[in-house]
Design a protein around this ligand. Sequence first.
Ligand code: MRU
Length: 358
Amino acid sequence: MREQLLAAERITAIAWRDGALYLLDQRLLPLEQLWVRCESSGAVAAAISQMLVRGAPAIGVAAAYGLVLSARARLQAGGDWQAGLQADYQQLAAARPTAANLLWALNRMLDRLQRRNPDEDVVALLEAEAIAIHLSDREANLTMAQSGLELIRKHQDSAQSFLTHCNAGALATGGFGTALGVIRAAHLQGLVERVYAGETRPWLQGSRLTAWELAEDGVPTTLIADSTAAHLMRGHGISWVIVGADRITANGDVINKIGTYQLAINAMHHGVRFMVVAPSSTIDMTCEVGEDVVLEERDATELLDFAGQRVGARVEVFNPVFDVTPADLVDAIVTETGVIERPDGEKMAQLMSRRHLH
Ligand code: MRU
């Protein structure tokens, strides 16, 4: 299966080449494929907050490379390079507030720096660590795809339909995706009749990114308005809702793209299973419950404007871009270190203790 999955990899959105970070600008997809070269940590932080790069694991990977660029520039500038690196770390960490992977990756980079031998080259060791973070995310995707597939097989042996939300694919990770990785594996095994992609208002990750990725892979895909989901789940043969996550808290609550919570409620009401696929770098045991997590709110123009044109009436706007799905609405959390069904605090703690053994 691993070889089959690797052979099916097509889209990449992050590349580290010639000492610079290249990002496929996700604001323009699928109409235009433009690679942007980032040569400074400031440029990477801006790319994260402006969403040239997006998706929890992908912004972690990008930030790690950002810190390599920071170290190189700060060492070249001379003086107190470590204070400069700290400032760049803060700027990268503040680029977006919700995804756990951002801080996880930055802290892993700092940790590596602190454990260095005096004779090690700082830039080279940080570069190696960023590449390791990137590659391990790709590996995690492969493992999760296979575990998610096994879970699907436990409940079905013929092709059925799936619903996904936002984009948890190659564009959002260092590999070929979390939720979409599982869907890709199921497709390769003939278990996918159709994938319904919610358009994911207001940024349209579903219609612009997920639908594009799935179509590139030849997966039968149907785009729906987000508000179609309940109607779809009532009698259209949806077996699973499969989504990614931006942060999972110690009790198993799932923070993901706005609209995920209403999908989970709908899924429970209609007897549709709900699977969350995320690497362990998305799990934050320091947050006890979902309510502890800062949910990013973005600009009102995302709702008021359409294609750069004002279409909404002049009223107040509430635009949180993530929500909290309580653990008791989740059937399974699939990570690279294991799968837990019907998550709770105890199962989460057990799962994370296994992570330390890896
Ligand atoms: O605002 P975005 O596009 O960064 O939000 C992304 C999501 O919510 C994804 O579902 C999540 O990060 C998982 S990506 C593997």
